[in-house]
Ligand binder design. Structure first.
Ligand SMILES: Cc1ncc(COP(=O)(O)O)c(C=O)c1O
Length: 403
């Protein structure tokens, strides 16, 4: 075999395998209650509706459904998305503002491919979505972490970092945020912070990447405006996916932005996959046209709300009542964030938890500055309510041992 050290590209060497994927291998053992993954509940997938929709696509489009398609996406799906985003978010979009992607992970990779040169600084939340960090790092981005609280990004901290970069004559490329029910923390950025963030993007002439897979998974409370809606300077690119509100197996997502930006992103997509599966795009278009999405989202939200409440109740009941232990109380999404006293390292605690047959994701995996050792992400969408109760009970026993 060739010498891999000598022959691999910098790009390949720079890309680290995700910590989550490595840890998830341990969590798949039989008997383990996993609060670790980020999967939607498969029992909610609309299998019967899919059967009808797939047949209808084949009847309507026949062989054309199985042909290559345009890199930007099929017109049928783009037209449905224009309607959907008008109705749900009040956005006035043209098809040229949309790029269909092979789910949102491809959208994040495209952002990296389009904007990042090696050593370019980008600003990310502390903590942030690990798949985004991984995509940007592979293009050589220099990650600069910005502190967050339960209302999202701390803008004073962001401004300090932007000013420092300007003084050092470093050209920052973008600010990456997951503003709705963030993965991993479950936190939603408040309306005020969003308005301030948009002002800051104008003041510092910086692009904002709004990655929002969980926005529609809201159980309670009122949704703040999308950053894209608040932005009047075309400084925002939004990245969306059908993975959490429909099915991840279609690998379907989309990006919205100024049409000049969409053209640049689309050019980069050509070499990735020519086009996202036209068949899958027509399935999604037919699903939207048939009006199935709102009731499906309603069903998901009812189930996840009940699971979220089960997790909050279990935490309240079983977790030791000591200073330093707290958790977020999200109004939607798939995750909740547990903070333990500073001296506890959740990576050490993880192996103990595995022995007690319960798994979570260590918080430090989501911090670009390797902090967050005393935190963990807990998922409530995939396990059953009984598993959530038992899983938190087991986890609380392990935490007690570490206090
Ligand atoms: C914040 C965020 N962005 C992007 C993704 C990627 O999802 P997909 O590629 O399935 O659209 C995820 C998946 O969990 C996520 O949490």
């Amino acid at each position: 075999m060739i010498n891999l050290v000598k022959n691999l590209s910098v790009y390949n060497r720079r890309t680290k395998s995700s910590v989550i994927r490595e840890l998830l291998k341990l969590t798949n053992q039989p008997g383990i209650i996993s609060l670790a993954g980020g999967l939607p509940a498969p029992d909610l997938f609309p299998v019967e509706t899919m059967r009808e929709v797939v047949n209808s696509v084949l009847d309507k489009y026949s062989a054309a459904a199985l042909q290559y398609g345009a890199t930007e996406g099929t017109p049928e799906l783009k037209a449905e998305l224009v309607k959907l985003l008008k109705e749900t978010e009040g956005l006035d979009l043209k098809p040229e503002n949309i790029l269909i992607t092979t789910a949102s992970q491809q959208g994040l990779d495209l952002i990296g491919k389009t904007f990042i040169d090696a050593s370019d600084p980008i600003l990310v939340e502390l903590p942030s979505y690990i798949g985004g960090l991984q995509a940007f790092k592979s293009y050589g981005a220099e990650m600069i972490g910005v502190k967050c609280d339960d209302d999202g990004l701390l803008l004073e901290n962001l401004e300090l970092k932007l000013q420092k970069l300007l003084e050092e004559e470093e050209h920052y490329k973008f600010i990456y945020v997951v503003p709705d029910f963030q993965n991993p923390s479950g936190v939603t950025m408040s309306q005020k912070r969003r308005e301030q963030l948009i002002k800051m993007s104008e003041k510092y002439d910086v692009l904002i990447i709004e990655d929002s897979p969980y926005r529609q998974i809201r159980f309670e409370g009122k949704a703040p405006d999308m950053l894209y809606k608040l932005d009047k300077s075309s400084n925002v690119i939004s990245v969306f996916t059908f993975s959490k509100i429909f099915v991840p197996g279609l690998r379907l997502g989309f990006m919205i932005g100024h049409e000049e930006i969409i053209k640049k992103l689309s050019k980069m997509k050509q070499s990735l996959d020519l086009c996202t599966s036209p068949f899958n795009q027509l399935i999604a278009a037919e699903f939207l046209k048939g009006g199935y999405l709102p009731s499906h989202i309603e069903k998901i939200n009812a189930s996840y709300k009940s699971k979220k409440d089960a997790m909050l109740n279990a935490l309240q009941e079983y977790m030791p009542k000591v200073e330093g232990i707290s958790w977020t109380k999200p109004e939607g999404g798939l995750f909740l964030w547990l903070r333990l006293p500073e001296h506890i390292d959740t990576e050490v605690l993880f192996y103990e938890a595995i022995k007690k047959q319960v798994a979570f994701v260590i918080g430090s995996a989501f911090y670009c500055d390797k902090t967050g050792n005393n935190t963990m992400r807990l998922n409530f969408s995939y396990p059953s309510e009984e598993q959530i109760d038992e899983g938190i009970k087991r986890l609380a026993l392990v935490v007690k041992k570490f206090l």
